[in-house]
Design a protein around this ligand. Structure first.
Ligand code: ATP
Ligand code: MG
Length: 293
C-alpha cells in the first residue's frame, strides 16, 4: 500500500491552511504531531475524502484517488476529531449503523462488532445509549467503528484524547499489531502515543510538514542538549521565560528541572538522556522553520 500526497494545499477564504504538502506513506504507523491550529485535522480530512483540497492530488498505489470512485473510501477507516451521536442510539446501534454504511454483511458485522467491542473494552456497554458514555468510552467506540471493516488505511484524528493511561497502552498495542500490513496515520498531542510504534513521525506547523523522521532521528538531534538541574522555587517562573523546560519536580526546598539547551545551563546541570517529548519541545519552542530532517 502506498499513499502519496502531491502538493496538497488548502485555503479557507484567503487563509492558507495547508501549504503544498508532498508526502509518501507506506504500511506502518505514521504519527502526526503539531500545535493547535497547525493543520493536522485539515490534512486528515482531505486524506479521508471528507474535504477537497484547493490544489494537489492524492495517489493510491500510483492511481489518482478521484479516479477510484467509491473504492478509495472503502479502503479507509476514519476516526474524526469530533464525533457526534444520535441520541437514541446504543453503542451497538452505532456500530451496526456504521457497518451498514460500509456495506458489511450483517453476520460478519455482528461478529466483528463483538470482537472489536471486546478489544476496546466496551463489551459490557454496547446496550447503553452512547450519549451516556464517558468521553474516553466514546473515543473507544469511535476507534472500534474505524476498525470495523478491517481497512487497509486507518486514519485516526486524536484517537487517545480522553483515554486513561491503561486504555492508551491497550490502544497502542492494538494499533501496533494492526499496522503490520496496514497503513495507519494518527494525529495526537501525546508524544508517547507514537514514539515507540511509529515508523515515521511528522511535525506539522503553519500548514507545512517541517520534519519527518523516526523517533531515533529526532532524539539524535538533541543529544547533549537535555539537562537536569536544581533551582530555588522562587526562580522558577523567571527561569521558564528564558529556557525550554520539559519537566519540573519539587525536590526538598528546591525544584528539579529538566532543561533543553544547547549549552550547559548552569555549572551544576547534569546531562540527561533525551526523549521524543524533549525533541518536540525543542523543535516547537526553539528552532526556526527548516526543511525536513
Ligand atoms: N472549515 C473551516 N473554515 C475556516 N477555517 C478553518 C476551517 N477548518 C479549519 N480551519 C482553520 O484552519 C487551521 C487549521 O485547523 P486544523 O483543525 O486543521 O488544526 P489542527 O492542527 O487539527 O489543530 P488541533 O490540534 O487544535 O486539532 C486553523 O486556523 C483553523 O481555524
Ligand atoms: Mg485537529
Amino acid at each position: 500500500m502506498q499513499l502519496f500526497m502531491e502538493n496538497i494545499t488548502k485555503k479557507f477564504g484567503d487563509k492558507d491552511v495547508l501549504k503544498g504538502i508532498t508526502l509518501s506513506m507506506e504500511n506502518g504507523v505514521y504519527g502526526l504531531l503539531g500545535p493547535n491550529g497547525a493543520g493536522k485535522t485539515t490534512m486528515i480530512r482531505i486524506l479521508a475524502d471528507i474535504l477537497r483540497p484547493t490544489q494537489g492530488r492524492i495517489l493510491i498505489n500510483g492511481q489518482d484517488k478521484d479516479t477510484c470512485g467509491d473504492e478509495y473510501r472503502a479502503k479507509i477507516g476514519y476516526l474524526p476529531q469530533d464525533m457526534s451521536f444520535y441520541s437514541d442510539f446504543s453503542g451497538r446501534d452505532y456500530l451496526q449503523y456504521a457497518a451498514m454504511l460500509k456495506g458489511m454483511p450483517t453476520a460478519k458485522a455482528n461478529e466483528r462488532i463483538e470482537a472489536l467491542a471486546h478489544n476496546v473494552g466496551l463489551s459490557g456497554d454496547l446496550r447503553r445509549r452512547c450519549v451516556t458514555y464517558s468521553g474516553g468510552m466514546q473515543r473507544r467506540l469511535g476507534i472500534a467503528q474505524a476498525l470495523l471493516d478491517d481497512p487497509e488505511i486507518l486514519i485516526l484524528d486524536e484517537p487517545t484524547a480522553g483515554l486513561d493511561p491503561h486504555e492508551r497502552i491497550k490502544f497502542r498495542n492494538i494499533i501496533s499489531a494492526y499496522s503490520k500490513d496496514r497503513l495507519v496515520l494518527l494525529s495526537t498531542h501525546i508524544v508517547s502515543d507514537v514514539d515507540s510504534i511509529a515508523r515515521q513521525i511528522m511535525m506539522m506547523e503553519y500548514g507545512s510538514i517541517n520534519r519527518l523522521g523516526s523517533a531515533g532521528d529526532y532524539i539524535k538531534q538533541i543529544e547533549n542538549c537535555v539537562w537536569d538541574m536544581k533551582i530555588p522555587v522562587d526562580r522558577l517562573v523567571a527561569f521558564q521565560n528564558s529556557a525550554v523546560i520539559s519537566n519540573v519536580i519539587p525536590s526538598g526546598g528546591m525544584m528539579e528541572v529538566r532543561v533543553i539547551d544547547e549549552k550547559k545551563p548552569s555549572g551544576d546541570a547534569v546531562p540527561a538522556a533525551p526523549n521524543l517529548e524533549d525533541a518536540y519541545l525543542y523543535i516547537f519552542n526553539y528552532l526556526p522553520l527548516q526543511a525536513a530532517v
